[in-house]
Design a protein. Structure first.
Ligand code: MG
Length: 248
């Protein structure tokens, strides 16, 4: 090692690119580069679920859902969609799931209101702990790991394939649950692939732990199956056409 001030400086500079390449950004950093914008094309009518899918929401009732506390879900259902009733809390499926293929459609409130994370925020929480962010990311500046299609606080989407507020958008998600050993240590981290409006935004991404605001993710052991949760972040986000196929 060269023991000069200049030598130490060179060493630090040489280390920085590899640290960046490994994605060593703190959660919710505004300095983290944001992905390119891709136009996914116009919204499409909802496609019917495949024959072996479990339909979680068909546009008519919340019978498959309950509130976070186990009481009846209080979100609004109308015209084929459900809408977050701000302040009523998250809702979860009555059924529990492990690894799944999930299809879900959502629309941000129109006209847009608020900025950054305070604009059309909701979220799809796989197993209740791993959030694929739902956010109005159409001409809305926020941190990269909080954009639509992000594994919240961990991995930004590969591109920003958002549609305008009020337009229907789709997530097609392939999620492989984490596996824990007897002591509760994670032996196989969860992985997720996400298509946003048909465009790849997460490519077999390793999930590094529970997605928690402004904290470095850590795993905590949990059951092999848990409900799917949709977030009430105080914004009237809409959902429709939700189905899963179990992967076992
Ligand atoms: Mg959210």
């Amino acid at each position: 090692m060269i023991r000069t001030a200049a030598g130490v400086t060179l060493l630090v500079l040489a280390m920085s690119p590899s640290a960046f390449a490994q994605g060593k950004w703190p959660p919710n950093s505004m300095d983290r580069p944001r992905p390119a914008v891709v136009d996914p094309g116009p919204e499409r009518p909802p496609a019917p679920a495949p024959s072996d899918a479990i339909v979680l929401f068909d546009g008519t009732s919340l019978s498959g859902w309950e509130s976070d506390s186990g009481k009846p879900a209080r979100w609004t259902v109308r015209d084929g969609y459900m809408q977050v009733a701000p302040g009523t809390g998250a809702i979860r499926t009555k059924r529990a799931f492990g690894s799944v293929q999930l299809h879900i459609e959502w629309a941000s409130p129109a006209p847009a209101k608020g900025e950054g994370q305070d604009r059309g925020n909701s979220g799809v929480f796989l197993m209740g702990h791993y959030e694929i962010q739902v956010l109005d990311t159409w001409h809305n500046l926020t941190y990269a790991d909080g954009m639509a299609g992000a594994v919240y606080g961990q991995t930004p989407p590969l591109v920003n394939a958002s549609r305008a507020p009020g337009r229907w958008q789709t997530y097609d998600i392939v999620f492989h649950r984490p596996v824990f050993d007897q002591s509760g240590k994670v032996v196989t981290p969860a992985r997720v692939t996400v298509l946003h409006n048909g465009v790849l935004v997460q490519d077999n991404t390793e999930i590094t732990g529970w997605t928690v605001h402004a904290e470095v993710a850590k795993y905590q052991p949990h059951a092999d199956r848990l409900p799917l949760v949709l977030q009430d972040h105080a914004h009237p986000v809409r959902y429709r056409n939700i189905w899963v196929r179990e992967l076992n």
